[in-house]
Design a protein around this ligand. Sequence first.
Ligand code: ADP
Ligand code: MG
Length: 552
Amino acid sequence: MLLGVIAGLGPLSYTFALQLIGDDVLPHKDAQMLWMIVAALFVINLIASGASYGQNYLTAWSGQRLIANLRVRLFARVMNLPLGVFDRWRPGEFLSRFTNDLGLMTDSVSISLPQLVQTVITFVGAIAIMFYRDWLLTLFLILFAPIVNFAVARFTRLISEGTKRAQDRIADLASNLAESLQSERIIKAFGREDFEVGRFRDKNERYFDAYMKLTQFGQTQTPVVGTIIQIAMLAILVFAAREVMVGRMAAGDMLQFVGALVLAINPINRFATYIADLSKGLVGANRVFEILDLPVERDDATDAIVPKSIDGAISFQNVTFTYASSNAPVLRDLSGEIKAGEIVALVGPSGAGKTTIVNLVPRFYEPEAGRIALDGIDIARIKLTALRGAIAIVPQEALLFSGTVGENIRYGRLDATRPEIEMAAREANAEEFILDLPQGYDTPVGDRGVRLSGGQRQRISIARAVLRDPRILILDEATSALDSHSERLIEAALDQFLPGRTTLIIAHRLSTIRRAHKIFYIEAGRVVEVGSHKDLIERGGPYSRLHAAQFA
Ligand code: ADP
Ligand code: MG
């Protein structure tokens, strides 16, 4: 701050020099004094420049630090958002906030703010000098302030709205980009490259238009405000010159006054620009805070429990659930009991709600009514980390990260040792193919595991679950997309791994369903039938009909 004051005061030295030149140097033809003044000016402004550097550096440092911390906070918040938010927000919306909106904020804190401080100092100093020289003229000048103020306020609003529109559109563009990059295979398969380019071009044009509109607002502001100021300045100039001519003011004082006036004028226009930059930064901040203000996953209740041990008995009691984005409930008054260590299959038509049911167990979503209990304790009362720590999920689409095979397995338990990882791979029937890879466990799998086959990815995904050694295992169509060879390998692995663990299997194939102790037949969010394979076949209900249709 002190540096800013020094830097801001530097230019003011010129007004004093002008006064000295006008009052002493010129009338007395004092060359020696002129040189002294020049030397003093040089030194003072050299110091001011140094101070300006220091001030800019320090402000930029604190500004960047602020943004850097905010970036991590933003990421931490995104990581802790409930899954439901990701149903509503597209990835690009998040991406754009990390890049474009934080960028706007960075610009305004690291460029505008330090300059603003410096400019304010120069401005206030110049006004003070003017006031001291001729308070009446200065007051007259200040009369113009409301007009300038009004103009700047109007432009600020326009710029703020324009920025918001531009940021919305670039976020849309970023979402489009992210989605296209993820769907490249589909795009190629359907020959939709041109279609995608066309769509991207449209969104790009929309952003271009919004940006140009914004630029137009910003660029009109400078001449408009400039003209208002110029009128004021010319009026003052005429006035002051007349004062000197009638002998009411010394020439040196007049020169200082006009010098200060010039110094004061420049900041006004710059203020307008800074305010515009700051208002853009505020728009960015608002969009960033839209995420920071989203509720995180329901915080654990203060009396949340960490069970000493989890057996794995799960009970659904009259559970009703509706996704935020739809109005009809997906699960209606659903009840069911799963004993600890039991293997349960969820069967039913697509869209029946099977995935939704298993998603409620790790509390990815919260039921709207009813409750789910683990070993008799409402899961809402169990500490989230403890609850999820007891569960491993193998989804249909194995999600791998771009690291090595070993790193991907370790994701199941970060402190696992190499022998433990190898053990897990063996149990998942994955060791054989891993050892055949060029670098074994250290082979990179490529982005999302593109360098591996579906069956290989899925076995890594299972090894990851095995490593976690969960009490509860959820397999959501884990083998549905695999060839029968991979499937057999995985089923063999599961036969070793499942006993003693509560397992929820969503599957269509009889071979998978058969190993279940109990089958829940789900239709339209309800349990229609429960029983063993044999019971249900004998009963001749929907399960037996499905069975007959599949194996007729
Ligand atoms: P299943 O796994 O039995 O095929 P799901 O549980 O995935 O069925 O879906 C049940 C119903 O819920 C479907 O009608 C589906 O459209 C809807 N649904 C699934 N996921 C979401 C979601 N994230 N947001 C809104 N609706 C969803
Ligand atoms: Mg499903």
